[in-house]
Design a protein around this ligand. Structure first.
Ligand code: SF4
Length: 167
């Protein structure tokens, strides 16, 4: 069995290591399509955030969020644009703030979307799903080019199916 580098470093990184203060430049414009999307989906009871990471784990989490929101449960879930919600206090952030149920699909133990959104919405308490604990794979793999696209899709489907059954 191969060593799980990711999980072994997770053990070292558990706990709160303090905070980093960031200054986010406010946008001068809004995207009307994004605001319309937010308005049109505000009645949905479940908001789905995702870390959107560019590594293999983030990509599987991203695809799982898309499958869940656009195929399995489009009637009750709204897919959050993490960048929009984090960097500006407009419709996407309101979707996160006001959701009856908020789920964060994280590619790995670092929980980036949860930590980001907690920074702009104090007290936020999403249900956090560590996606890479829900499927089996060689945990030494890091980049999306290290796994065939079809296998990535299958793992994403596995994550989405599990989340759907718990909605
Ligand atoms: S949670 Fe993990 S996979 Fe997702 S963005 Fe953060 S470090 Fe990357």
């Amino acid at each position: 069995m191969t060593e799980n580098k990711c999980c072994s470093s997770a053990k070292e990184k558990q706990g709160n290591a303090g905070h980093e203060l960031v200054k986010i430049e406010k946008p001068t414009n809004t995207c009307q399509m994004c605001e319309d999307y937010s308005k049109n989906n505000e009645q949905k009871p479940v908001a789905i955030m995702c870390c959107e990471g560019a590594c293999l784990r983030g990509e599987i989490a991203r695809q799982a969020a898309n499958i869940l929101c656009y195929k399995l449960a489009s009637d009750k879930t709204v897919r959050i644009c993490l960048g929009g919600a984090f960097t500006k206090d407009t419709g996407q952030r309101s979707l996160v703030r006001e959701a009856s149920k908020l789920i964060a699909i994280e590619g790995c133990f670092l929980e980036c979307s949860t930590r980001m959104m907690k920074g702009v919405i104090p007290g936020l308490d999403p249900k956090v799903i560590i996606a890479d604990s829900l499927y089996s794979f060689d945990q030494n793999l890091f980049s999306i080019n290290e796994m065939p696209e079809e296998e990535i899709r299958i793992h994403a489907q596995t994550v989405a199916d599990k989340l759907f059954s718990d909605l």
